[in-house]
Design a protein around this ligand. Structure first.
Ligand code: SF4
Length: 432
């Protein structure tokens, strides 16, 4: 294959896919390709990195493949490759339905993609990547797969067993990112809680975070997805003492009703979940607690839903995402239960949760008026700088719109005074 060809990598789904795409881009660049991310223009080779998690994500992935296949057909040239979770789940069906695609690759197959493009995989570039988003924050994927058996979830089937990346490799990767200007490192995994158990025989998240916080130029370390059982309490102690660890706890509870949690095959029940959540508030009172919940799971009648809604009102999470249950093939829930709750009811339940969360969020934000916060500047937007405090993760949480700040670059930490708020955003002025 001739060198210098233009490759466009289109990434769908979660931040784990983003990391995979960025590492692939680095390999292709080293092999002489011109690489772009999510470009709208024509490319000689388009690679779509898909998501296959739930119904809406699958639909988006298929639509994207079809759109690019049509563009390539009308152009009369170009190759289309598809990789990632959707392929892992539905390779045979996709091959039959979309013969115009030139190659299909499952998850964790960068070597195969690279070799198909006429290159040899370069192990010396392990951990290197091309940052496609803002340069001041980056995701660090600490493990692959998941060993939990949540009934609704297709991830273990798609991404396989839990495999931790070695501590040294992660520390090297983080150092490389920091050298390139990353100030905020966001640790991601399906389940951060179990980090290290497969490799070292014990939970090593605290040790990993300690090692990463030794990297001088990193300002913040953020943790995404701590499973509620086996929760590493040491992390909370570290948060109390180490200002680099964002006081941000992302703990997806999924539900609070014992009967639903049992059907979900979660490893926590209502009592242990409540205890953990209140322990978190006691130990790190100023932390933002984020969660996700599922509405309409098999076994959730009006009674269990009300229980969930009541608990959300009682605990008043700082951040919350609510999702409609999606009945996914080959999951334990799909094999053992009927999806009896109509989509309309699921939607109504999600809307009710979000309505309540909006009130909670508005009240929480209003209470911040006059306080001073340290924020990282993400970008400039007209007259405003847009930033986030340690309580907010990029792309999923709220932002702070800052006035009176000139000549401040993205990635800079500044202090701001909160002057106003809405349900999901804050307004602030720059403090000299
Ligand atoms: S912890 Fe449960 S919901 Fe999360 S990825 Fe693993 S199986 Fe899925």
């Amino acid at each position: 294959m001739s060198r210098g060809n233009r490759v466009n990598i289109v990434t769908l789904g979660c931040s784990k896919n983003t990391v995979d795409s960025q590492k692939l881009m680095r390999q292709l660049l080293a092999g002489g390709y011109r690489v772009e991310a999510d470009s709208a223009g024509f490319a000689d080779i388009t690679i779509i990195n898909t998501c296959g998690f739930i119904h809406d994500a699958k639909e988006e992935s298929v639509d994207t493949i079809v759109r690019y296949a049509e563009a390539i057909r009308s152009e009369g040239r170009g190759k289309l490759f598809v990789m990632g979770c959707l392929v892992e789940r539905y390779r045979n069906e996709l091959q039959d339905e979309l013969p115009e695609v030139d190659g299909w690759f499952g998850v964790n197959r960068p070597q195969e993609v690279i070799s198909r493009l006429g290159l040899a995989y370069r192990p010396e570039l392990n951990g290197e990547r091309i940052l496609t988003g803002p340069a001041h924050y980056a995701y660090l994927k600490v493990s692959e797969g998941c060993d939990r058996t949540c009934a609704f979830c297709a991830i273990p089937d798609i991404r396989g067993r839990y495999i931790s990346a070695p501590l040294d490799e992660l520390a090297d990767e983080a150092r490389l990112l920091a050298d390139r200007g990353v100030k905020e490192l966001i640790l991601i995994a399906q389940d951060l809680t179990l980090y290290g158990t497969d490799l070292y025989g014990r939970q090593m998240l605290p040790e990993l975070v300690r090692r990463l916080s030794d990297i001088e130029s990193l300002g913040w370390i953020r943790l995404h997805y701590l499973y509620p059982s086996d929760f590493p309490m040491e992390i909370l102690e570290m948060m109390q003492d180490n200002p680099k660890i964002c006081r941000y706890i992302d703990l997806p509870i999924q539900h609070i009703s014992d009967s639903v949690l049992r059907i979900m095959r979660r490893e926590h029940d209502s009592t242990s979940t409540r205890k953990l959540l209140y322990d978190v508030r006691r130990m790190v009172p100023d932390a933002a607690v984020r969660t996700t919940v599922i509405a309409g799971h098999p076994g959730e009648t009006d009674k269990e839903f009300q229980e969930l809604l009541d608990f959300i009102g009682e605990y008043r999470f700082d951040r919350l995402g609510a999702f409609r249950y999606s009945h996914e093939e080959n999951t334990h829930a799909a094999l053992n239960y009927a999806d009896t709750i109509p989509e309309k009811i699921k939607e109504k339940r999600v809307a009710k949760i979000m309505e309540l969360q909006q009130e909670i969020s508005a009240a929480r934000n209003a209470a911040l008026a006059g306080s001073v916060m340290r924020v990282i500047v993400d970008r400039r937007e007209g007259l405003f700088l847009v930033g986030r405090s340690q309580h907010d993760s990029p792309e999923v949480d709220q932002e702070i719109l800052i006035t009176d700040a000139k000549n401040i670059e993205p990635g800079t930490f500044i202090d701001v005074k909160i002057t106003g708020s809405s349900e999901f955003d804050l307004y602030a002025e720059f403090r000299q």
